[in-house]
Design a protein around this ligand. Structure first.
Ligand code: MN
Length: 193
């Protein structure tokens, strides 16, 4: 299996001012492209060439896992963002959030806390943990992906510095707060199904 760089579903300037065109030029065209290239190199001769990307993530370790997971994580992250700004969680998602955290505001506060307190590089995830659609927030370092633990991700924030440094410098908390405005809650709702 050879991967190709998946195009963004919005124009690179369409997420401004929350995320700049310049950030997406580096983040999508350079960083994600590098993970795709590395994956294509490491999958060769691994014995996992005929597996899906998800299967590779579940069974691989080392550089193959890191690059496979970073491709999946970034496609999922870029798909979690939208130029249709100012959305709120849709019906089903909102009910599940309220059941767990009492309100969407409280959930956002907890999610930001997870994103901002993660030491170094990594990802904050909203995941479904069981067949009752119970939600939980998870932090993962580096390329960490909840699929590895049998969980179902429905939203993620990339908190590697390359995701926000050009726009927010060291202010990760500001990035975590601002990007709620460009979250694609329709996509999140779709992932629950
Ligand atoms: Mn990234």
């Amino acid at each position: 299996m050879k991967l190709e760089l998946k195009p963004l579903k919005y124009a690179k300037e369409a997420l401004e001012p929350e995320i700049s065109k310049q950030t997406l030029e580096f983040h999508h065209d350079k960083h994600l492209q590098a993970y795709v290239n590395n994956f294509n190199q490491f999958i060769e001769g691994s014995g996992l060439e005929n597996n899906s990307l998800e299967e590779v993530i579940k069974s691989a370790s080392g550089p193959l896992f890191n690059n496979a997971a970073q491709v999946w994580n970034h496609e999922f992250y870029f798909d979690s963002l939208t130029d249709k700004k100012g959305q709120n969680p849709l019906k089903k998602t909102e009910a599940l959030i309220n059941a767990k955290w009492g309100s969407v505001d409280k959930f956002k506060e907890e999610f930001e806390k997870a994103a901002n307190s993660l030491f170094g590089s990594g990802w904050a995830w909203l995941v479904v943990i069981n067949s009752n659609n119970e939600l939980e927030i998870k932090s993962e370092s580096n390329a960490g992906n909840p699929l590895k633990n049998g969980l179902k991700p429905i939203l993620t924030f990339d908190v590697w510095e390359h995701a926000y440094y050009l726009d927010y410098q060291n202010k990760r908390a500001e990035y975590s707060k601002k990007i709620w405005n460009i979250i694609d809650w329709e996509k999140v709702e779709e992932r629950l199904k």
